[in-house]
Structure formats: C-alpha cells, structure tokens
Design a protein around this ligand. Structure first.
Ligand SMILES: O=C(CO)COP(=O)(O)O
Length: 129
C-alpha cells in the first residue's frame, strides 16, 4: 500500500486540514502517518486513520526521515512555515535532505501537494510494495 506522511507547522495546519478534507477519499487509499500534532488534528477533523509519530520538535521529523532512509515511504506532504524560525530546524533540513538522497516525492506547499497526492495514485509501482 502506498505510504504517505503528512506534516504541517502550526500556521499551516489549517491548510493541511483543508487539503485532507478535500482529498479524503483519495487519502483513504493510502497508509498515512504524520508528526504528532498534525496527526492528532487530522484524526479529529477527518475520518482518516493516521499513524502518529512524535511531535516534530520532539523528533517526529527524524522518525519520518528514518522511514525514507529505509525506503518504506512513497511520499511526503510537508507544509512548512516559511515565515517563522523553528527550534528544530536541523531536523527539518535533515528530512528534506534525506528525501533528495533517496529521491522520495516531497511537496512543501499546497499547490505541489495536490499533484503529489494525485500522482501517487497513478504510480504503477510503489517503493513500499
Ligand atoms: O514541527 C513539525 C514539523 O517540523 C510538525 O510537528 P507537529 O505535527 O507535532 O506539530
């Protein structure tokens, strides 16, 4: 099953909820995981089942990065806040880097997130299969 991670910084969580609600039928087909608070919000505000990792500042980005390194993740939607510094910036940079190392699909804004979510549905072969 296609495995997709959803991550959003605080000011981007409303956008993530809107995206998930709008594409709920599509997302239901995916094996979903998220950083802690993003996952909690998604489960409160949609009917999606989401595996929750630690919160981002407590290592959640690194846990998702580890899955990328293991080759078990097909894509990530990471709605970052480009206007606010994050205490765990090194973890965020590490996650972006490891996606490039493993050529894992990564969308960091809403416009590209839509392409990623729809595109993964059309992929014939999934990394995690
Ligand atoms: O900080 C985050 C990603 O860097 C997101 O973490 P939360 O989903 O726990 O808020």
């Amino acid at each position: 099953m296609t495995r997709v991670a959803l991550i959003a910084h605080d000011d981007k969580k409303p956008d993530m909820i809107d995206l998930a609600q709008e594409h709920e039928e599509l997302l239901e087909q995916y094996d979903l995981l998220a950083t802690g608070t993003t996952g909690k919000r998604l489960m409160e505000e949609t009917d999606l089942d989401v595996e929750r990792k630690e919160s981002g500042p407590l290592g959640g980005d690194m846990m998702i990065g580890a899955e990328v390194a293991e080759g078990i993740l097909d894509g990530i939607v990471f709605l970052r806040d480009p206007l606010r510094a994050q205490a765990h910036e090194p973890d965020i940079s590490a996650l972006l880097r490891i996606c490039d190392v493993h050529d894992t699909a990564l969308a960091t804004n809403l416009a590209s997130a839509e392409y990623l979510l729809k595109g993964l549905a059309d992929r014939p072969v999934h990394q995690s299969d």
